[in-house]
Design a protein around this ligand. Structure first.
Ligand SMILES: NC(=O)c1ccc[n+]([C@@H]2O[C@H](COP(=O)([O-])OP(=O)(O)OC[C@H]3O[C@@H](n4cnc5c(N)ncnc54)[C@H](OP(=O)(O)O)[C@@H]3O)[C@@H](O)[C@H]2O)c1
Length: 256
């Protein structure tokens, strides 16, 4: 077998939540370039369809679904739609998340619940809903996207950091429970990545912010979303066939 084939995703069907933009969109394009058929989701179908168009323009296969992680029943409905329309699933990336910057002093019950619902609860219940499909795959893999704040909490985004710490913990529960079925479950921790999630929209503030954030890691820059997508692709590829219950950190040395 050629070395490169262990890193490709030919013949796989991959669901990436929150792939209407940012890191998720990069994963959709990168996984597709590696041979996977990708399932793109965003809260609005139109946004997901725009990414599907990009995948198709570069010769790949993709399907779009609207998916709102705040709603109970959405994980189950998404898994049912995938079974009906595609009939298989090999890869699940729980990527959709929200960041609401507030100190504990200003944190509300509603905000805390929203963050944990999107970032933690939905990832757990979507994994559960996809389990029957993943079990039918010969070599299924799940990746939960965490954050550096799960390892080293930051003031001002405590609920976000805790929701990501919880998903790392749950990653290892799933890895243990699902190992007998052959499903590998890992987490990936990105450092600061140039996306809407963290970048201010105002150009002047953005420039200063990028400079400040870049100075916090050893590479002295923010990551391009593709650098995270490629690290996740490794984890879901056959090249990582003996890796489960781990958290891979792609943070430019921030946590070093
Ligand atoms: N950017 C960073 O510096 C950074 C650092 C560490 C970790 N991460 C993690 O990396 C992942 C991707 O982040 P990103 O920077 O690409 O974020 P982003 O640009 O803000 O994109 C977030 C994605 O999540 C989706 N989403 C938001 N709320 C949702 C909901 N209620 N239900 C379903 N989907 C929802 C968005 O879809 P809509 O089109 O519906 O809005 C969008 O596709 C997240 O897990 C994030 O925590 C990011």
């Amino acid at each position: 077998m050629a070395v490169t084939s262990r890193f490709d995703l030919i013949g796989k069907v991959a669901l990436i939540t929150g792939s209407s933009r940012g890191i998720g969109e990069s994963m959709a394009l990168d996984f597709s370039a590696a041979g996977a058929e990708v399932i793109v989701t965003g809260r609005k179908l139109q946004a997901a369809e725009a990414v599907v168009d990009k995948v198709r323009q570069s010769g790949g296969q993709a399907t779009a679904y609207a998916y709102d992680a705040t709603l109970q029943g959405e994980p189950e409905a998404l898994a049912e739609n995938i079974r009906r329309d595609l009939g298989r699933l090999d890869i699940l990336v729980n990527n959709a998340a929200i960041l609401r910057p507030h100190t504990v002093e200003k944190l509300s019950y509603e905000e805390f619940e929203e963050i944990f619902t999107v970032n933690t609860r939905a990832a757990v219940f979507l994994s559960k809903a996809c389990f029957p499909l993943l079990k039918e795959s010969e070599a299924a893999a799940v990746v939960n996207i965490a954050a550096a704040g799960a390892h080293r909490p930051l003031g001002g985004i405590g609920a976000y950091c805790a929701s990501k710490a919880a998903i790392i913990n749950f990653t290892n529960t799933l890895a243990r429970e699902w190992a007998p079925t052959g499903i590998r479950v890992n987490a990936l921790t990105p450092g600061s990545v140039a996306t809407d999630m963290i970048l201010p929209t105002d150009p002047e503030r953005r420039e200063k912010f990028e400079k400040d954030m870049a100075g916090q890691n050893l590479m002295n820059r923010l990551a391009d979303p593709i650098e995270i997508a490629q690290a996740v692709r490794f984890l879901v590829s056959p090249a990582a066939s003996f890796i489960t219950g781990q958290t891979l950190v792609a943070d430019g040395g921030y946590l070093a």
